[in-house]
Design a binder for this molecule. Structure first.
Ligand SMILES: [Zn+2]
Length: 242
């Protein structure tokens, strides 16, 4: 379960596309790695945490870990609610340090976060949000809290249900909160810039994601989990996946 990265120094010197370097996923957005030619890269991943978690869920399906896939998809949705709430507050011109301080009061309780999301969404779009169905919520709870072992198709269906919740809202956010999303992404990148190793080549990277919540262009076309899995399996067969 690894993330494809590029050595930009190899790319610039050889001027040809390079095989991806596969690095371990990590909680931080800062990835520091060395390519086979000895170039050291210090790269900040632009994708939101929710996208990384969704990618991990996709990898888990290809690796046959379906409980882990469901848990990662469920975490991705929770982090999407966080993304919405924080972007909405930035959009309302609330100072980012105030947002961070207030978030600490809800950070440990996902029900509080869901409540905040539902009300902020309703205030913004004048309608109630589409949420996970009760049967999907029960399925998630059974997997995470009761040790249910899902089948591959169950994990795919659950991932698709999460996508179906996130995608239309992400689409609306892209129109309504465009500037706030940019600001949120800038704050994310800035928060990691200070902890870089000085002698490593600095860069930022945007890794493809099914969700793509921050950089949707006009030609963005949503993909299904099944399509995403086909792409991921091709990627993993390409180059030096270990
Ligand atoms: Zn290199």
């Amino acid at each position: 379960m690894k993330l494809p990265m590029t050595c930009f120094q190899c790319f610039n010197e050889l001027n040809t596309p390079q095989y991806p370097l596969w690095v371990e996923y990590q909680d931080s957005h800062l990835y520091e790695f060395e390519c086979p030619n000895g170039h050291k890269s210090s790269t900040i991943l632009q994708q939101q945490k929710l996208e990384v978690l969704f990618n991990i869920g996709m990898h888990a399906i290809t690796d046959g870990y379906y409980r882990e896939a469901v848990a990662s998809f469920a975490s991705s949705l929770e982090r999407f609610y966080e993304f919405f709430i924080k972007v909405k507050l930035l959009h309302e011109k609330i100072d980012s340090s105030a947002v961070d301080k207030s978030w600490k009061s809800v950070a440990q309780q996902s029900e509080r976060q869901l409540g905040a999301f539902i009300l902020f969404y309703t205030q913004t779009f004048n309608e109630e949000p589409l949420l996970l169905s009760q049967s999907n919520t029960k399925f998630r709870n059974d997997v995470i809290h009761k040790g249910l072992i899902p089948k591959r198709q169950d994990a795919i269906d659950f991932g698709q249900a999460v996508l179906n919740v996130i995608n239309p809202i992400a689409e609306k956010m892209n129109t309504k909160f465009k500037d706030a999303i940019l600001e949120f992404t800038f704050l994310l990148l800035s928060s990691y810039s200070g902890s870089r190793s000085a002698e490593w080549n600095p860069s930022t990277i945007s890794s493809p994601s099914l969700l793509n919540v921050t950089t949707r262009g006009p030609d963005y076309a949503p993909q299904t989990v099944v399509e995403g899995l086909e792409h991921l399996i091709k990627m993993k067969n390409f180059g030096t996946f270990r």
